[in-house]
Design a protein around this ligand. Structure first.
Ligand SMILES: [Zn+2]
Length: 316
């Protein structure tokens, strides 16, 4: 697997002004409208090197965005990792000790294990527990078109479709290596409950990725009828790409530490024929299981037990 460009076109914003917030939790600010409505949480820096989310939150603050109903919480999650961002070694600041986005099961959160990420997750848990709507802002290693991960719930799909942007929507159940925030608690409950989406805005450090992040946050708030359109309009581009919904059929989770793709995939390739060789896990060939197989976010490198790529099919 070749490395995508590591040119860094984005400047990580100074988040020090947002540390104190107003919730008693560092880097978490809740804006109250004083009117009934949902509690919407926009969450960034789940991964410390995904700068676009910090730019989106910084932009919302600078725009002076205020909810016109309900409550809006702006949260910067793994700031400890983000503060270590080094443009010369940009992959290193994804996390401090472990992936913040793999700890979201009660057994892990309530268990005895400890790490910088788990401490932060336990601190932020009440914020997510009280959300009616959550948008978790991410970016990707590869220069792939932006996409929304909507989890497995019908309401997640509906919300992603209603937003209509990004135009690629991926319905999936997460990773074998641990539960994501998207799949945490009530977000993943089958019947009713709060709705969470995860947006992958593009390649980690491309300028366009931050624009996608800002636009997606504003569209999310507009869709929730929580901000004035005047605030958002200057950031909204004309979008006429057709919506494409991909249902993930399986994840490729290597059994060995020597998994390799047969060529450099960037993601969202559609491989027409079942049985197409995409990689080798040690000596074992990895083949596409069905026709029109969509590759979702191939990993830069994958060890045993970690997701190398997810495979899906286009659905209506
Ligand atoms: Zn991420």
């Amino acid at each position: 697997m070749t490395e995508s460009s590591t040119a860094i076109d984005l400047t990580p914003p100074d988040v020090a002004p947002y540390r104190r917030g107003n919730t008693g939790i560092d880097y978490v600010t809740t804006l109250e409208s004083g009117r009934p409505g949902p509690h919407t949480v926009i969450n960034a820096l789940t991964h410390g090197n995904e700068v676009c989310g910090a730019i989106a939150i910084d932009t919302l603050f600078r725009l002076g965005v205020r909810p016109t109903r309900g409550r809006l919480t702006l949260a910067l999650a793994n700031v400890a990792a983000y503060l270590g961002f080094d443009p010369d070694n940009p992959y290193a600041s994804r996390c401090v000790e472990e992936d913040f986005n793999r700890v979201w099961s009660p057994e892990v959160l309530d268990g005895r294990r400890d790490s910088a990420e788990l401490r932060r997750a336990r601190e932020l848990r009440p914020v997510y527990d009280s959300a009616d709507l959550l948008l978790d802002v991410h970016s990707m290693t590869n220069d792939t078109a932006p996409l929304t991960l909507c989890g497995r719930t019908a309401r997640g799909r509906e919300l992603a479709r209603r937003l209509g942007y990004p135009s690629w929507i991926v319905a999936d159940g997460g990773h074998a290596s641990g539960r994501r925030l998207l799949d945490y608690g009530a977000f993943a409950a089958a019947d009713g409950g709060p709705t969470a989406l995860l947006v992958e805005c593009g390649q980690h450090w491309k300028a366009a990725t931050a624009e996608v992040a800002v636009e997606t946050c504003l569209r999310f708030l507009l869709n929730a009828d929580m901000i004035d359109a005047d605030v958002a309009l200057p950031f909204l581009r004309k979008r006429d790409e057709p919506l494409r919904m991909v249902e993930v059929t399986q994840a490729v989770t290597p059994h060995t530490d020597s998994f390799a793709f047969v060529r450099a995939f960037t993601g969202l390739e559609v491989l027409p024929r079942a049985g197409t060789l995409i990689g080798r896990d040690g000596d074992t060939p990895v083949l596409t299981p069905h026709d029109d197989c969509v590759l979702i976010m191939p990993a830069r490198r994958a060890k045993a037990g970690q997701t190398a790529v997810r495979l899906g099919r286009l659905v209506r």
